[in-house]
Design a binder for this molecule. Structure first.
Ligand code: NDP
Ligand SMILES: O=C(O)C(=O)[C@@H](O)[C@H](O)C(=O)CO
Length: 278
């Protein structure tokens, strides 16, 4: 079984695992145990956010892990209510305090909140934070090509990552092309299209049977072969191990095309031009 995920290089030169653990809903002692189990199984990328209310649980798992801190990539996200240059400098200190760590490895602007009009100022703060040592890599989440152009035109600095809703119902081909032009890594949130019927769709079942793997593994392998980094959430150690074990087989081009053919659009109301989270 593959132990850990291979890594890719971000546009800032840092290495980044090709698959990570989503932690939304993993809170308290149970959350710490679930994240700790994932680290023990080989996960090296952990995805949290100030708004998840679990940075304390995730940070405790990181501190207690029998894995060198340098080998772990901890992602957190700045909430919409902390947009602004000075506010962002305060927000990272709140996140670091919650985590109990002295560095966030990837810091993301959680949502652009365009009506607030401060995501460019926030990005300017992120560029300074990257030079402060508190943050290793900087990125964004839920940004459209227009939002990306605005922050790159203003600072000359492209995000290392844009974390967006991405799964076979919503493959985001056009956005992934824009990311490739800017050298931005695409990260997939809700990569399993949580609690939908995705894992029972015929192209997924057919590929699972052909490769002797589970439907979840087929979907996560699909992300990897698109060049996207999925962060599936699971609180179950067996499903965590299953989700990580997707680097020992390869889908055919026809299988990838058939799975991408399930496209039908966003599953939730997460259009970044209108959906805002504070
Ligand atoms: N930046 C953003 O705006 C957003 C970021 N995110 C991030 O993305 C992460 C993942 O997205 P999320 O919305 O949690 O949903 P996912 O698409 O990762 O699905 C998670 C659900 O699928 C179940 N599951 C996990 N593995 C399997 C499997 N192999 N087979 C069957 N079921 C499985 C989990 O149950 P169980 O735990 O019991 O295994 C859970 O109910 C979040 O945790 C968060 O970190 C999510 C939404 C928005
Ligand atoms: O999970 C996240 O990062 C979010 O932005 C959430 O608010 C998301 O929209 C959600 O509802 C949980 O999946």
């Amino acid at each position: 079984m593959q132990v850990g995920a291979p890594t890719i290089e971000l546009n800032d030169g840092h290495r980044f695992p090709e698959l990570g653990l989503g932690t939304y809903g993993l809170n308290g002692d149970e959350g710490t145990a679930a994240v700790g189990a994932a680290i023990s199984s080989g996960y090296r990328l952990l995805d949290t956010a100030l708004n998840y209310g679990n940075e304390d649980a995730v940070g405790r798992a990181v501190r207690e892990a029998e894995v060198d801190r340098e080998d772990l990539v901890v992602t957190s996200k700045l909430p919409g209510r902390h947009h602004g240059y000075d506010e962002a400098h305060r927000s990272i200190d709140e996140t670091l305090g919650n985590l109990g760590l002295d560095r966030v490895d990837l810091y993301l602007i959680h949502w652009p909140n365009p009506s607030v009009g401060k995501f460019v100022d926030t990005w300017k703060a992120f560029v300074d934070l990257r030079d402060s040592g508190k943050v290793r890599s900087i990125g964004v989440s839920n940004f459209t090509p227009e939002h990306l152009k605005a922050i790159i035109d203003a600072t000359g600095v492209a995000p290392a990552v844009n974390q967006v809703e991405l799964h076979p119902y919503f493959p985001q081909a056009e956005l992934r092309k824009v990311h490739a032009e800017y050298g931005i890594v695409t990260e997939s949130w809700s990569p399993l299209a949580k609690q939908s019927e995705l894992l029972t769709e015929q192209p997924v079942l057919d590929a699972a049977a052909a490769h002797g793997v589970t439907p979840g593994q087929v979907v996560l392998r699909w992300h990897v072969q698109l060049g996207a980094v999925p962060v599936p959430k699971s609180g179950d150690p067996q499903r965590q191990r299953e989700n990580l074990d997707v680097f020992g087989f390869e889908l055919s081009d026809d299988e990838v095309r058939a799975i991408s053919g399930l496209e039908r659009g966003r599953l939730w109301d997460g259009d970044p031009d209108t959906h805002e989270e504070m």
